[in-house]
Structures are given as C-alpha cells and as structure tokens.
Design a protein around this ligand. Structure first.
Ligand code: ATP
Ligand code: MG
Length: 440
C-alpha cells in the first residue's frame, strides 16, 4: 500500500504493528484515557487512541492530550460516562471530563464520496459538513497527515496503520493523506497544521505538499477569525513559536494571519523589528518549556507592536500628543487585526495596557514609578520594555533602572525616585492657580 492512493479506495488491509514491535507503553498513557478506552471496549465498542497521542508516544515525546476514536455514537458515550459532555455543531464530539483533564472521543467518521460529496463541499472545495459516521478505514483516510492517522488498539495494544504513517514517522516526513491541494482546499487550516507539526517535530513537509502551501494561503481568508485565533495559540504557545514563525514567513502564510505584522517586517531596517519579534518568541518558548504561564495578551502585544509604532509615528506627525496617538494607534491596529484573527476583549484590554504603559517607564522621579510598580500589568509591561531593550532600542538604561527598583527595599526605592529628598524638605503649599497648572 502506498500513501498516495485515493482516500476512497478503501479495500485495503492495514499494516498491524504488534505490541512487541513498537514502543508505546500503557505506563505513558494517561490513566483517564485508558479508563475511557477500557470502558468502551468492555461495552463492546471498538476503541482506539489516535492522533497526537499515538504520534508523540511513538516519537518518545509526551503528548499534549489524548484523543480517542470509537465505533460508539455520542448517545452511547452519554450512557457510558456520567462525566461526558457532547460538544460541537459541525460534528458532535464527546468530552469526558476528569478534573482538569479532558479526553476527547470522536465517533469514526467518513469523507463523503460521489454525489453526496457535492452537498458536503463548498464551491471552492472547502468542507462544510463532514459529520457522517463511518468505519475505522474511512476515519483513517479523512485525517490530515499520515503520522496523525495511526491507531492504538486497546484490545491487543497493537498500532494499526492504514496510510503508511509509520514509515513517514520513521523518515521524519509530514505527508498529507491523498492529494495535498485537495486536502488544503477542503480545510485550509491544514496548511497551518503542516507548519505547526513541522516546527514542533522537526519534520520535513513532503515536497508535493510544499508547493501548494505557497499558492493556497489566500484560502485562509474563508476561515472564521475565531478558529484562526485558536490555531495561532496552538502555533505560538506550544513551545516552538520561533520555529513556527520562521516557517509561516517562509511559506508566505503569515500575511494571512498577521498582515500588518508581515508588512512591517518587510520594511525592516537593520533587522530591527524582526529581532524584537524573534527574541520575544524565543522567550515565549523558554517560558513554555519551563512550565511558566504565557498569555495571548503578551503574544499579540509583541506581534502587533511594530504596526502600532508605525501608526504612532504618523499620528504624532499629525500633531496628536503621545497618549492620544498611542491610544488611537492601538485602537486602529486591533480593529484591523480582528478581521483576520479574533482577539477576545479579555486579551486585547491587557495587551493595550502593555503598550500604553511603555511611555510611562520614562517617568522615574516622584510617586509615579511606585504607582506603576503596583499596577497589575506592571510585570508584563516591564518584560516588554526589556525585550525592546534587548532587541536594540535605546532602553537598556531604563530596563536596568526598573530592574533595580523592583529589587530595592523601600528606603532605596524612595532614594531612587527622589521621594526621600522631597519629603525631607519642608512642605510648602503652592497657590491654587499653580496647582491647577501643574495638573494640566
Ligand atoms: P496536538 O494535540 O499535539 O496539537 P494532534 O495531531 O492530536 O496534535 P488535534 O488537533 O488534537 O491534533 O487533532 C487530533 C487528530 O484529529 C489529528 O491527529 C488528526 O488525525 C485529526 N485532525 C485534526 N484536525 C484535522 C483537520 N483539520 N483535518 C483532518 N484531520 C484532522
Ligand atoms: Mg491532540
């Protein structure tokens, strides 16, 4: 069997890799996923672990989550698991909740063929409905890449391979199942997934799947902004954001997700904006790999900073003051960005704060610095400032000063900000007219 056969020629027997011939041990599968698999099996259904769980375990990596594919229908799932919620409109999935862990269970599905396919597929080839139940063979062929279509059988712990995924896994190749052009047209997000898996696993995208990625990026315009936002987070918060970013640029896909960023980066001088984004993404990767929290607010603040700065320069040139200009620039940039990826308010509000706090770091005397220190967004805005410094903006001195201020005790803090000096002088009340002036 080769991987290039039509997804619809399904009279093929899979390759079965026996337990003794692969490295997946139950000790590395989450106990909750095992519980789901065993209960489905004991109730007489077929049940397999599939997707990233199998792929990552075969590569000796720790899976992010465990997905299950089964012959059981969502209604059956509800009967079997009290802690089960059915989700999804386009296709119904069962989420089985165990505290914070969710095991996602999907009934085997088929890609529709022949006449039915016309009803399923939009004119430009994009799938709008694929909630038709099917056999495991059909389920395998409708998946995106061969390495994602390996099934771990809970009955005998073997791995079942319909599409040649095992060979591609060994060779480090990311190969769409079937005709790459068709598969990208059906769901353009698969191009982003190709980039993400290539960055994460260090796999090569198969040459036949590379060329169409250069040509079909524009199809991402048809994907809802909310789905692209989710995909951006998967790409940039998985611990390999920097590699993903480079690949997105290489395949000219960044311009369909962050067009303003892409445009600003192509206008780079002395590598400046790129250095900033690259350093920030390396930083994000280090945080993720250290198990530290990351937030979309910071990520979007980084990616959109150069467009905001460009707009800021124009508005300052038109005579707006710095605060107004920054407010307006961020507003405009967010409004444009959300035509491509959504950005929920709970992230865009703190992102704006990070930007708006940047000029306030210039103020180092008086009570303001300590007030800024107590701001809930201080830490993120300070990290942002120091990244700007590290990327070559003339802010090294400011970054050092704010670093020292945080480390200092109250006495030293008041000396650094000049409060100590002021307070030792006798206080004199100024006339009301002068006070009003000072507040203007
Ligand atoms: P990870 O969870 O590490 O990001 P994954 O491969 O498990 O990687 P999921 O998004 O969890 O990715 O999807 C689970 C599986 O569902 C995939 O491995 C793939 O088989 C299938 N799948 C997901 N998205 C698509 C898609 N857009 N088209 C076809 N199959 C898909
Ligand atoms: Mg997964």
């Amino acid at each position: 069997m080769t991987t290039q056969e039509s997804p619809h020629s399904l009279n093929l027997t899979p390759t079965i890799i026996a337990r003794s011939e692969h490295c997946i041990s139950r000790a590395n599968i989450s106990e909750h996923a095992l519980k789901v698999l065993y209960r489905l099996r004991d109730a007489g259904f077929d049940a397999y672990m599939v997707g990233g769980g199998v792929r990552d375990l075969l590569l000796g990596r720790e899976p992010k989550d465990f997905d299950v594919a089964t012959s059981a229908r969502p209604e059956d799932m509800r009967k079997l698991f009290r802690n089960c919620r059915l989700i999804g409109r386009r296709f119904r999935l069962a989420h089985v909740h165990f505290g914070r862990e969710i095991v996602e269970v999907a009934t085997f599905r088929a890609l529709l063929d022949g006449e039915d396919a016309n009803e399923t597929v939009l004119q430009n080839g994009r799938i709008i409905r694929d909630n038709v139940y099917g056999t495991i063979e059909q389920d395998a062929w409708r998946r995106d890449f061969t390495i994602n279509a390996l099934y771990y059988d809970i009955r005998d712990f073997s791995v079942v391979d319909y599409t040649g995924g095992m060979a591609d896994l060994k060779a480090g190749i990311l190969r769409p199942i079937g005709d790459p052009k068709l598969r990208y047209r059906e769901d353009p997000v698969r191009m982003l997934r190709a980039v993400r898996f290539s960055a994460k696993l260090g796999f090569k995208i198969h040459p036949e799947a590379e060329a169409p990625a250069f040509e079909l990026g524009h199809l991402l315009a048809d994907i809802p902004a909310a789905r692209l936002f989710d995909e951006v987070l998967k790409m940039f918060h998985g611990g390999y954001a920097h590699a993903t970013f480079e690949l997105l640029r290489h395949y000219s896909l960044l311009s369909y997700l962050f067009p303003l960023t892409e445009a600003a980066l192509t206008r780079e001088e002395c590598g400046f904006p790129i250095t900033f984004v690259a350093k920030a993404l390396e930083n994000t990767d280090a945080r993720v790999n250290d198990g530290k929290p990351v937030t979309p607010a910071f990520l979007f603040a980084v990616l959109l900073w150069e467009p905001v700065r460009e707009r800021l320069r124009v508005l300052l040139g038109q005579g707006l003051n710095e605060f107004e200009a920054l407010q307006l620039a961020s507003h405009e940039v967010v409004a444009q960005q959300t035509r491509y990826t959504s950005l929920p308010k709970r992230f865009s509000a703190p992102m704006r704060e990070i930007w708006l706090m940047q000029p306030r770091f210039r103020q180092r005397q008086g009570k303001r610095p300590l007030r800024l220190l107590a701001h809930p967004r201080f830490r993120a805005a300070y990290d942002f400032l120091c990244l700007r410094a590290a990327a070559g903006e003339e802010l090294q001195d400011a970054c050092r000063w704010w670093t020292d201020l945080q480390a200092a005790d109250a006495q030293v803090q008041s000396e650094m900000t000049g409060i100590a000096r002021k307070q030792s002088r006798p206080r004199r009340r100024r006339p009301a007219s002068m006070r009003a002036n000072a507040n203007a």
